[in-house]
Ligand binder design. Sequence first.
Ligand code: ASP
Length: 412
Amino acid sequence: MLKFWFAIPLWQRVIAALILGILTGYLWGPDAASIKWIGDFFIASIKMLVVPLIFFSLVSGVAAIGDIAKLGKVGGRALLIFVITGQIAVWLGLALGTFVKPGLGIDTSNIEMGPVPEPNDSSWTDMIISMVPQSPVQTMADVNVLPLIVFALLVGIGILMAKEEGEPVAKIFDSGAVIMQKVTMIVMELTPFGVFALMAWVAGTLGFDALTALAKLVGLNYLGCLLIILGIYSVMIKFIARLPVIDFFRGIADAIAVSYSTASSNATLPVTLRCTQRNLGVSQPVSSFVVSLGATINMNGTAMYLGLATLFGAQIFGVDLSWGDYFMISITATLGAVGAAGIPGAGLIMMALVFGSVGVPLETIAFVAGVDRIMDMMRTTTNVSGDAAVATTVASMTGEIDRAEMISADDV
Ligand code: ASP
C-alpha cells in the first residue's frame, strides 16, 4: 500500500488531492470545515520552513555566485521583468473591467456585506524604512520576508568580502541549505493531505448566493489570471527562456496546487523553491534570490485584480473615471501589489489604497469580501507561477539553468 502510494509522483498525488477535495467539499457541505485543521497543520508546517530556508539558501547562494556584479545582473533583470509584467497585468485588469463591465446590473441585495478594512496610510518612505531589518532576530520571528532578504544578501556579500576568513561560515550555510532542502522534502509529503483538506473546506463553505451575484467579477478574475499565466508566462518561457512550456508547468505543478489551496505566496515559498531548483534545474543562487524576492513583490495576479476591482467599484457606485484616473490606478495598483504581503486576503486590504486614489467608495470592499477567497486562490497561483517563470527566464538569460534537469523533470 505504502509502496504504491510513493510510486506515484508527488505532483500527481497533489493534483488528485485537489480535485478529490473539491468533490468532497461539494458533497459534504459546510461540515467539511471540520477537517480544515489538517490544512492548517500543513500550512504551519511549510511556514516553519520559510525563514531558515530563505536565510540559508540565499546566503549560500550569494556566496556561491562569487561576484557581486553577477548578482546585480540577476537582480536587475528580475526587477525589469517584474515591472514590465506588472504593468501589463494592471492594464489587462483595466481592459477587462472596461469592456465587460462586471459592476453593471448587479443585484447588491443578494450580497452579504463583509468588514471594510482600514486604509493603510503608511507612506512610501515608511515602506523603504521597513525594508531594513532593525533587528534581524525580530525580522525572523515575524517571518518578515523582505527585510530578511536584505539581511541575507548583506551577509552573503560580507562572506565574499571576507575571502578565506569567510569560508568556514560559507560552508555552514551551504550545509544548512542542503539540510533545509531535505526537511522541505519531508514536509512536502504532507501536501496531498493539506491540499485535500483545504479544498474540501473551501468548496464546502462557499457562499453560492454571493458567488452567483458576483459571477462576472469572479469569472473575469479567473480569465485575467489565466491570460497572464498562459499568455505572458508561457511566452516568456517559450521565447525568452526557450524552454518547453508543458515541462515548465509540469515542473511547478506542486507549487500551483499549494498556492491555489493555501492562497498564500509566502506559505508556498518553500514549495516554489523546491520546484524551480529540483524540477526546473534553476541554480540555487538564482532561484533563492528571485523566487524569495518575487514572493513578496512580484504579484501580477494581485495587480490585475486591483485594476479590475477598481472599475467594478466605480461601476457599482456610478463613479466616472478619466484617463488620468486610469494612470493613477496603474500606479497605485502596482504599488499595492508590491506592498501586499504574501498572505491570504492581502489584495483585499490593498484595495483601500487604490480606491482611495481615484475616489471609489471603500464599501466596494465589503461587497467582494465574501468571495475574495475563491479569487485570492487564483491570484496567488498567478503570483507564484510568475515567480517561477521569472526565475527560470532570468536563469536561462544568465546561464544559471541546467536544461537536462528540466527536460527530465519528474518529481518522484
Ligand atoms: N494572497 C495573495 C498572495 O499571497 C495576495 C493577494 O491577496 O492578492 O500572493
